[in-house]
Design a protein around this ligand. Structure first.
Ligand code: PEP
Ligand code: MN
Length: 338
């Protein structure tokens, strides 16, 4: 940690800072430049915070010099982590496409969707039973019944399931239904109690990026999960909120190379919630794979016009098939496979 003193800082103020550092069990190193004095605290940074020094007289600012995320950082683990979902690897050479409807509706809808997911070549299925809707007056999901419907449909086709956990009180039900991959949605990226709870279980987690979350905040949110012992985390970019209104969110493709540099964990992209329109999905999906994403999370509905939720952005089964074919070529061009 370094503490930068104001130009006007007195020797007494410098001494107070060094004493505080020493009292915390650290050594100090004082660097006297022509304009500024910088005090370095040497030792385990986790015991010191900027809040300890910023309010002190004579201090300009203080900052950590090592990253606050540790377990999820590339520094701690230089090779790519591969997360195994019932024998299906995410984060390796093979790209995984998780497809399925926004929400679980009926058994017939999920049975048909599961069949179409498999037919398109996808190996995992998505579907929300608990839906985080902007309005409390719109369809909120089919709940526990939906979870059971999803499990039944997916089991017929041996598909691992991905579904969103919104409420920690539902965690036991998720474990009973043997949800294979738990999704933490955008709106809960910084629900730290929820993150801590999924950190204590042995189940892979997809952590979606918050609507306006910085990469550092997102990495710290993942660290909350990892700190509890669960290191099976997959980052999912789904578009961020900007000034632009021509599409639902702005897909931040830049986050792919940045996350790949900062973390060893897999990164997937949700082009559906980014664009918000089905016709945008193929272009965004292809861009994501070209940029190095480890997978995609795509909304597909047997009959998009009839979908109970996010009907505008769902691909039809035929559109998913076409997309999968075009992704093949892109994957091959960058030395990967679908
Ligand atoms: C979803 O995947 O169904 C969803 C609600 O996504 P997000 O959290 O990205 O809005
Ligand atoms: Mn949706």
């Amino acid at each position: 940690m370094i503490i930068v003193m104001k130009k006007t800082a007195t020797e007494e103020q410098i001494d107070s800072v060094t004493e505080k550092i020493k009292a915390a069990g650290h050594d100090t190193n004082i660097s006297r430049g022509t304009n500024r004095i910088v005090i370095g605290a040497i030792g385990d940074e986790s015991k010191l915070t900027p809040e300890m020094f910023d309010p002190m007289p004579g201090v300009e600012f203080s900052m950590h010099i090592v990253k606050q995320y540790k377990i999820v950082s590339r520094e701690s683990h230089t090779t790519n982590s591969i997360i195994d979902i019932r024998g299906i690897p995410i984060g390796g050479k093979q790209i995984q496409v998780i497809a399925g409807p926004c929400s679980v509706e009926t058994q017939a809808q999920m049975d048909l969707a599961a069949q179409q997911v498999v037919a398109s070549g996808c190996r995992l299925m998505r579907g929300g039973a608990f839906k985080p809707r902007t309005s409390p007056y719109t369809f909120q999901g089919t709940g526990v019944d939906g979870l059971k419907i999803f499990r039944t449909a997916a089991d017929k086709y041996h598909l691992p399931i991905v579904t969103e956990l919104m409420d920690v009180r539902m965690l036991d039900t998720f474990l009973e239904q043997d949800v294979d991959l738990i999704q933490i949605g955008t709106r809960n990226m910084q629900n730290f109690d929820l993150l801590k709870e999924v950190g204590r279980i042995n189940k892979p987690v997809i952590l979606k990026r918050g609507l306006s979350a910085t990469i550092a905040e997102w990495l710290m949110a993942a660290e909350y999960i990892a700190a509890g012992g669960n290191h099976q985390i997959i980052f999912c970019e789904r578009g961020i909120r900007t000034f632009e209104t021509a599409y639902r969110n702005v897909l931040d493709i830049t986050c792919i190379p940045v996350l790949k540099r900062e973390t060893h964990l897999p990164v997937i992209i949700d082009p559906s919630h980014a664009g918000g329109k089905s016709w945008m999905v193929p272009a965004l999906a292809r861009a994501a794979i070209a940029a190095g994403a480890d997978g995609l999370l795509i909304e597909m509905h047997p009959n998009p016009c009839e979908a109970w939720c996010d009907s505008d952005q769902a691909l039809s089964p035929q559109e998913l098939n076409q997309l999968m074919e075009s992704l093949n070529d892109i994957a091959r061009a960058i030395g990967r496979s679908i």
